[in-house]
Design a protein around this ligand. Structure first.
Ligand code: ZN
Length: 101
């Protein structure tokens, strides 16, 4: 198994998982429910992680995630409504579901 993506925001990790699964790449999320453990282990260790079941998918998976996060040509965008930062692959704010711009 190979780690392909991690983020402190479970929503972003779940989004990456959906994208990869749409490309028929088998993935597993670790630490999905570990948030409550912060304090006992470092916050970084508790981040949700996206793991590839098959290491051979790594290059393809990394390229898919890369292109998914650069599709719109811009990088992250800031929600006008709640000022949360959003990944470029999102069209609505992950936090408040407002539409981009
Ligand atoms: Zn928002």
């Amino acid at each position: 198994m190979k780690l392909v993506y991690t983020n402190e925001n479970l929503f972003l990790v779940a989004n990456a998982r959906n994208i990869l699964e749409a490309h028929r790449i088998e993935v597993m999320v670790k630490n999905e429910f570990a948030q409550g453990a912060i304090g006992e282990i470092s916050a970084f260790d508790a981040w949700p992680q996206l793991w590839l079941v098959n290491d051979t998918d790594y290059e393809k998976a990394a390229a898919i995630i890369e292109s998914a996060s650069s599709d719109k040509g811009g990088g992250e965008w800031i929600c006008n409504h709640c000022c949360e930062r959003n990944d470029a692959s999102f069209e609505v704010c992950w936090n408040c579901q407002s539409e981009c711009c």
